[in-house]
Design a protein around this ligand. Structure first.
Ligand code: OSB
Ligand code: MG
Length: 369
């Protein structure tokens, strides 16, 4: 296929509720929708996931714009692409910047699936027609409020509850939650809020029957995580530390974790996500699909990826309505009893709702061959 045109739609969408983690609170999500058009006029869509500030990773909305506009889009327009797996080698002269790469690669995958007249899930080799999902709950003002929010989501049927933790909002809070919800699948995400000095404290989590603890230590560490995992019964899951297939291989070989959170943007796209999936399947390492508070297009990509068989733990892909008063796709993502029905129409399987998209749009840039 020959990519003739790329449009970057910059949107700002306000979350229904502010989202708080160990590194801060935010409510306005700024990102790009990538629209890509081939020689036959077929359109593919991708979504960028970097935030406005570099608290989760070093990439930001502005670095995404710079890297896509000045380097990656010219590379994509320079020659035809036969398969989306070729995109990563096309981008190999550009170091890192995985979220920028992934936003474009995702649009190539959608375009490829639409040209092939198959769902994106099928193009990726996924077989599930429905996926189980959990929900990630930010740090709340009070324990009472946390318990209320959890109760609401358990009642709605989410298959696993993840709560954000930080020093001072961890073991005691989780004890309360466990007491109230003795049999709910429960996990905690620290977003790198601890160090090895906290080992004795973190060991107290072993009494709480958590499915896992996500990214307790530094964002760029796999060595200390191996030390922690060796004394912790609770499985460690890595999020921020994983940027590639090789990062996964190193972490698994070192024993740094027992579970992998795959975020498409963080690892540079769907092709790399698939490689990670295949390796984890071979190694019998459970994987699940993380979230970056995506709008509908990013959410659709997460759903397609989750149809691969080793995504055997519920991910963070909650319903559109949990984040947005109106999403940018039709239909929006619905969750019934913790289950999403995977769409069966070609590509991402959801239509872009242009009225809604344009209502959020603050900028638009067009690149032509
Ligand atoms: O660490 O998984 C994380 C949100 C923003 C940045 C990082 C993370 C998260 C979440 C929410 O946990 C995931 C979601 O609901 O999309
Ligand atoms: Mg996380």
């Amino acid at each position: 296929m020959s990519i003739k045109k790329v449009v970057l739609h910059k949107l700002v969408m306000r979350l229904n509720d502010p989202f708080s983690t160990s590194f801060g609170t935010f409510q306005d999500k700024e990102f790009f929708v990538v629209e890509m058009i081939d020689e036959n006029g077929v359109q593919g869509f991708g979504e960028s996931v970097a935030f406005t500030s570099p608290w989760y990773s070093e990439e930001t909305v502005k670095t995404n714009e710079h890297i896509m506009s000045d380097f990656l889009i010219p590379l994509l327009l320079s020659a035809p692409i036969h398969h989306p797996d070729e995109v990563s080698s096309r981008f190999s002269t550009i170091r890192s910047n995985n979220m920028a790469k992934s936003a474009l690669e995702g649009a190539v995958w959608d375009l490829y699936a639409k040209r092939s007249n198959i769902p994106l899930a099928k193009a990726l080799g996924g077989e599930k027609q429905q996926i189980d999902v959990g929900i990630s709950i930010g740090i709340q003002p009070t324990v009472t409020e946390l318990l209320r929010v959890i109760d609401q989501n358990v009642t709605e049927g989410y298959k696993r509850i993840k709560i954000k933790i930080k020093p001072g909002w961890d073991v005691d809070i989780l004890k309360e939650v466990r007491k109230q919800f003795p049999s709910t699948a429960l996990m905690a995400d620290a977003n790198s809020a601890y160090t090895l000095k906290d080992i004795e404290h973190l060991k107290k989590l072993d009494d709480l029957n958590l499915t896992m603890i996500e990214q307790p230590l530094a964002h760029d560490d796999i060595i200390d995580h191996a030390k922690l995992q060796s004394v912790l019964e609770t499985p460690v899951c890595l999020d921020e530390s994983i940027h590639s297939f090789d990062d996964v291989r190193h972490a698994v070989e070192l024993g740094s974790c027992k579970i992998i959170n795959v975020k498409i943007g963080r690892v540079g796209g769907l092709s790399e996500s698939k490689r990670i999936h295949d390796y984890c399947k071979e190694q019998n390492i459970p994987v699940w699909c993380g979230g970056m508070l995506e709008a509908g297009i990013g959410r659709a990509h997460n759903i397609a990826l989750t149809t691969l068989s080793q995504f055997n733990l519920p991910g963070d892909t909650a319903a559109s309505s949990r984040y947005w008063s109106k999403d940018i796709i039709d239909p929006e993502v619905l969750v019934n009893n913790g289950v999403i029905q995977v769409p069966s129409s070609p590509g991402i399987g959801y239509e872009v709702n242009w009225t809604n998209l344009e209502s959020y749009r603050v900028d638009k840039k067009v690149f032509v061959k």
